[in-house]
Design a protein around this ligand. Sequence first.
Ligand code: CP
Ligand code: NVA
Length: 303
Amino acid sequence: MQTRHFLTLLDLSPAELEALVSRAIELKALHKAGTLYEPFKHRVLAMVFDKSSTRTRVSFETGMAQLGGHAIFLSPRDTQLGRGEPIEDSARVLSRMADVIMIRTYKHKKIERFAEYSDVPVINALTDSYHPCQLLADMQTYYEHRGSIQGKTVTWIGDGNNMCHSYINAARQYDFRLNIACPDGYLPDSDILQAAGDHAVLMDSAMEAAAGADLVVTDVWASMGQEEEQARRVLAFADYQVNASIMAVAAGDALFMHCLPAHRGEEVTADVIDGAQSVVWDEAENRLHAQKAMLELLLGKPA
Ligand code: CP
Ligand code: NVA
């Protein structure tokens, strides 16, 4: 049987993605009730991080521990991958020892190549192009607060980055409409956008994109690896801040999400991210539950 990987949301069917959200909610309830559920005793997750992380590392490591297994943190500073060992070799070696591998890296091609040579499932924990694990948590969070997201309007304001690309894929898979407002020069990849058809639409302004939205989402203006562009980006993104005026034109019960870390006063004002419509702490917590559901799907739920 071919090994399944989770590199983008398109690796799962809409039905599987829907089921995954339900399972994440079940696993969350089990955990909150204090019920031990340890199907993955002696199973090991290898976690390769080429970029920094707080939420991703802690949620995967905690999740694997709660499922009865173990996680190993690998950074480029202290592995041979960081000293130039070919990824094809690293993939073959790690997959002979670990049961599942999670990678956060720069180029998406690198994770694709790694997966090609891995005998065990590979999970994308963020590349320059996508952040699909975050979308699982976001979809779970929307579902918990408002029910199904199908047919709803979601607004993306800011950079056409990895999170934006994953929102475009989510719009296809979870069947909602995504209004996108990004400054010129920072638009999402045109192939990813085009493949989504009517599900994702570029709008002329943040205000226009937010009108009537059920969910408003943003992310940092400069992602990891773009630190040197910060000053230029602050100027380019000045009209792409999520603030009270933006939330005022969205639906009255609109939610606000941000994958975090956030920069208050840049992509979002403090009154919005710390306000009543923001669900960012639930969103962050749900990384844990959604990824446990993902690990279960890839490792196989015990009979
Ligand atoms: N949202 C997210 O992936 O956070 P970290 O960079 O802290 O993992
Ligand atoms: N777009 C951000 C997301 C961080 C979780 C980045 O890539 O740095």
